[in-house]
Design a protein around this ligand. Structure first.
Ligand code: TRP
Length: 476
């Protein structure tokens, strides 16, 4: 991929092709969100109904907003803060729109802080798989290995540090270098192992139970906040709402079709998440495990599957190595916006900017590390007092739970909502038409969804969660 062409400012790279952009954006989208977070949040929210709403959110909210993010980024060719400001000024709107970029960058810091800790768990599993630590273990024993890992803050900090150092090193050199190979070969390989695991779970008696759990809605297990969680999952998994995709869009050459590239990225992401769920849940049911056990779900189920496979230790090692790469290609997209802002706007040295941002993220990550051990007993409950409605924002959540909730379920959808409102209501229609270069029919479809369906859906889901419908007596 290119470094510094003469037609672009010296600090900026450009993807050399549409394919390079697809690879980078897929690298951002596909990560721990698909393989760690999607199965565990699905488990906590009862399965089928959650999956159904998640898929609806991907199509009605995610894809249209993703197109909007890419479009804004490519139009302004800047980092998210300056993109929002420049475009707002161009369209005679308030420069305060830059706050969307700022909130996105804050969300990115917070997300990466726990993302890196979980990526550390993945790294910690590589030597354990390689050394056949799980060989012959049953579910209880595998769980005890995981519990031992997360109860040890020193080990967690060590792995978290390794992951952050690697992320900073890549971002410091500029996102283009090496990224393409990591995505082009490793993502298909990761998917290949998922397929192998899928073929294995097909042989389990519990496969049907897993399938039913994932695709037959059971609204009795559906909790009030499940709808919000499903929407948050769609944003998180597609890397939306914080400017990562906007950033990558700013590196997309003019002339590449935004709609087609976006759909390829979103579909690949969704397929990988569903595949991961289809692999995990049959294993859960075969071993009488708890689907709602929380963030440890893949770490306690997958080793059991690799135990049953021929050459399981080898395939398992490879799987965790590939997953670590998938995590890093996502992590760099979280760190790139603040770094690009410091480089482009404050004229910092790229490496220095990457180190500073990485340091802040590392510190924040300690909160997540301690949430599983030293601070495990500190749990907060927070009420939101809106006069007539008292809404329970969260109950009994650790620091990690709170940061995860606030970022995925609040900041990302809010960022996405503002991006949709800006692109669809404040930008001139001609600016959008010009940038997307779609035929009339497809443009109108996208424009309609982005103007009316996506923002209304986000607002309704927020209001529903806060209980406003309850208050108005609209539902019981
Ligand atoms: N989408 C990534 C995953 O599924 C995580 C991620 C990368 C992300 N960049 C993001 C999430 C930006 C939200 C916003 O693992």
């Amino acid at each position: 991929m290119s470094g510094t062409g003469s037609e672009v400012p010296a600090v900026r790279g450009l993807w050399t092709s549409r394919v390079a952009f697809i690879l980078a954006a897929t690298g951002s989208a596909v990560g721990l969100g698909n393989i760690w977070r999607f199965p565990y949040v699905t488990g906590e929210n009862g399965g089928g109904a959650f999956v159904f709403i998640y898929i609806a959110c991907v199509f009605l909210i995610g894809i249209p907003i993703m197109m909007a993010e890419v479009m804004l980024g490519r139009r302004a060719q800047r980092n998210p803060i300056d993109t929002m400001r420049d475009l707002a000024i161009q369209e005679q709107q308030s420069a305060r729109w830059a706050w969307v970029g700022r909130m996105g960058i804050a969300a990115g810091f917070l997300i990466l802080s726990y993302y890196s800790v979980v990526a550390g768990w993945i790294l910690a599993y590589i030597p354990r798989m390689l050394g056949s630590v799980f060989h012959g273990m049953d579910a209880i024993e595998v769980e005890s290995v995981f519990t031992a890992l997360i109860s040890d803050p020193e080990r967690l900090i060590a792995w978290h540090t390794i992951f952050m150092v690697a992320t900073v090193a890549i971002v410091a050199r500029g996102v283009e270098h090496g990224l393409e190979k990591a995505v082009r070969y490793m993502m298909p390989a990761l998917f290949g192992i998922l397929v192998v695991l899928f073929l294995y779970v097909l042989t389990l008696d519990s496969f049907v139970d897993g399938l039913k759990f994932m695709f037959i809605p059971d609204f009795s297990k559906f909790r009030g906040e499940s709808i919000l969680a499903a929407m948050g999952m769609a944003f998180f998994s597609l890397s939306l709402g914080m400017g990562a995709i906007m950033m990558y869009g700013s590196y997309l050459p003019k002339g590449a079709s935004i709609a087609r590239t976006t759909i390829v990225v979103a579909m690949s992401d969704t397929v990988v998440a569903l595949m991961a769920g289809l692999v995990i849940f049959p294993i859960v049911f075969a071993n009488n495990m708890e689907p709602a056990q929380g963030a440890g779900l893949v770490f306690t189920t997958l080793p059991l599957a690799f135990n049953s496979l021929p050459m399981g230790a080898l395939i398992g090692t490879l799987f965790f190595v590939l997953l670590a790469f998938a995590a890093i290609t996502s992590a760099i997209s979280l760190l790139e916006p603040p770094v690009a802002w410091l480089v482009e706007n404050k004229h910092w040295d790229r490496a220095q900017a990457a180190r500073l941002c990485g340091g802040v993220v590392w510190l924040l990550g300690l909160g997540t590390v301690f949430s599983f051990n030293l601070w495990a007993d500190y749990k907060w409950t927070q009420k939101l007092d809106l006069g007539k409605v008292q809404f329970l924002l969260w109950e009994n959540k650790t620091f990690f739970n709170i940061v995860e909730f606030l970022t995925a379920n609040v900041m990302l959808p809010l960022g996405g909502l503002l991006i949709a409102l800006f692109a669809a209501h404040l930008m001139k229609r001609e600016s959008c038409e010009d940038e997307l270069a779609l035929d009339n029919h497809h443009f109108n479809l996208w424009y309609f969804i982005l103007r009316f369906i996506a923002p209304v859906a986000v607002v309704i889901i927020f209001l529903h969660t806060i209980g406003v419908f309850n208050m108005l007596g609209l539902i019981d």
